[in-house]
Design a protein around this ligand. Structure first.
Ligand SMILES: [Zn+2]
Length: 279
């Protein structure tokens, strides 16, 4: 039986700290459980807000290893461990390089792991985040759910992957950070919802701030994301990770920029936005 499928944008922010936007993270609720995509700043606070928890996750999937997408990886790792009453390894899928990052994170946490093992008599096992490094193809298949990965283009950050989650006849694509590319087009073909990180090229170019202007060449603009969605025949486009953060009252400009290139439904994400997925 196919259960309800929905998306919860946990963190709609970017590397720039924002009082209203946690770091990049998206929850996809499927018939086999909750799948967490990326784990940026504040992910477990937002996961609690969504009525889920580290202990409730079926798997963690990373799009890439940029710090803003993995800042709270250690929190997911530790909190799942200390809130479970039996060993609860959390499968972690990510691009090549993920295993090294997880191994070094665990090294960083050795003092804490030691403290807790020593203090709690009933905690007799270590935290565990078994990693599978993925490139392309079906990376998880269980019940009615199939997750497919494909390489994206966030150069010079490499490798990076996007994911498509099919649950019965419904489908969601998590693009991550990327410019338009063939891998993303493949994932998006006929999908119900595309969640895409975006920037406003028109607001960033010409600011004279080199550190900010640098990000234009490896992110999709709102128009880029809209063109990708249109080409693939996606029904709903969710713009997330907006840079710069939209000034209050300007949200409509972001929607209009996308709507000029895409005739489907466009949503600008805020934290805890829920998007039900209907096939
Ligand atoms: Zn990135």
């Amino acid at each position: 039986m196919v259960g309800p499928m929905e998306i919860v944008i946990l963190g709609s922010g970017s590397p720039l700290p924002d009082p209203h936007r946690a770091g990049p993270a998206t929850l996809v609720r499927t018939s086999i459980g909750d799948l967490l995509f990326d784990c940026g700043r504040g992910v477990l606070m937002r996961l609690a807000g969504a009525g889920s928890a580290a202990g409730a996750l079926r798997a963690l999937l990373l799009t890439h290893l940029h710090s803003d997408h993995i800042t709270d990886l250690n929190d997911v790792f530790t909190t799942r461990w200390v809130t479970s009453f039996a060993p609860s390894p959390l499968p972690c899928l990510g691009p090549v390089g993920t295993a090294t990052v997880v191994e070094r994170m665990e090294t960083m946490l050795e003092p804490d792991i030691g403290y807790r093992l020593e203090h709690h008599d009933d905690l007799t096992w270590r935290p565990s985040l078994p990693v599978t490094e993925v490139t392309a193809g079906v990376v998880l298949s269980e019940g009615d759910v199939r997750v497919t990965a494909a390489p994206t283009d966030h150069a010079p950050v490499h490798p990076t992957v996007g994911y498509r989650i099919d649950d019965g006849d419904r489908s969601v694509v998590i693009a991550g950070d990327t410019v338009p590319c063939a891998g993303l087009d493949e994932l998006c073909a006929g999908a119900d919802v595309l969640v895409h990180t975006v920037i406003r090229r028109d607001l960033i170019e010409g600011t004279g701030i080199a550190r900010l202007e640098d990000i234009v060449d490896y992110h999709s603009s709102v128009e880029d994301a809209a063109r990708t969605a249109a080409k693939a025949g996606v029904a709903t486009l969710v713009l997330t990770h907006p840079v710069p953060a939209p000034a209050p009252g300007t949200e409509g400009v972001w929607i209009d920029q996308a709507a000029a290139h895409f005739s489907g439904r466009v949503l600008l994400a805020e934290d805890l936005l829920v998007v039900p997925v209907s096939g």
